[in-house]
Design a protein around this ligand. Sequence first.
Ligand SMILES: NC(=O)c1ccc[n+]([C@@H]2O[C@H](COP(=O)([O-])OP(=O)(O)OC[C@H]3O[C@@H](n4cnc5c(N)ncnc54)[C@H](OP(=O)(O)O)[C@@H]3O)[C@@H](O)[C@H]2O)c1
Length: 228
Amino acid sequence: MKIGIVGSAMVAQILGKKLAELGHEIMISSRDVNKDKGYFPSALIWADQMKKEGFNAYAGSFSDAAQFGEVILNCTNGAHSIEALEKAGEQYLSNKILIDIANPLDFSRDVVSLTVSNTDSLGERIQRRFPKSRVIKALNTVNAEIMVNPHLLDGSHDLFICGNDAEAKKWVREELLQNCLGWEYIIDLGDIKASRMQEMYLPLWVRLYDIFNSAHFNIHVVRKSNVD
Ligand SMILES: NC(=O)c1ccc[n+]([C@@H]2O[C@H](COP(=O)([O-])OP(=O)(O)OC[C@H]3O[C@@H](n4cnc5c(N)ncnc54)[C@H](OP(=O)(O)O)[C@@H]3O)[C@@H](O)[C@H]2O)c1
């Protein structure tokens, strides 16, 4: 399958590599494919390296990736995701599954907060702005290395998913999360409004990261064994 990734930093490169290793064709994207991503190389260098390793991987503009992908992943900075997806082009996102992995984090204050929360969320804003896209929120609550390898952690731990389109959600859950990435425990939180809850977990995630000094953790919801 052709997967277009809007974004080209840590999540785009780690998820893109894993999906390419599984046989998918991947295009990551950037406003400037030559620009380094801090600890990660530029989109163009990533794609060249992947090609040398024998994978079908490409780099382009946000719009190139949206045109390329049969399924689209939003891996952009959540505070700027709407403008990034607008650059990608509404016409190329329409009628496609759009998996929103982004978090609208705001690090400008002493304690991390969200640019949208409580009565709205980034996932909902994306669904409203791109009504013909089938927006599914998933993977935003774990570090990229855990996204592609949940077995890196000991024991059972949970991933959350939500979205309005039941068929799209089933595809993301079964094909992408379970079959491709190996997730066993996935909790469906309902329609896209549950993006609020998935995103509002992030301030706690950031605090746990500070305390553990590691991003390799996740949460597990423990229930009484005789409940449905
Ligand atoms: N890192 C993780 O392990 C992790 C885990 C879960 C969720 N997430 C979420 O996944 C998303 C991606 O995270 P990340 O760590 O890979 O990278 P990031 O630094 O949060 O985002 C990088 C991407 O955002 C784009 N971007 C930044 N400002 C923009 C603007 N003004 N207009 C358009 N695009 C803009 C960049 O485009 P250019 O390439 O053009 O610069 C780049 O591709 C974030 O929302 C993050 O919260 C991250």
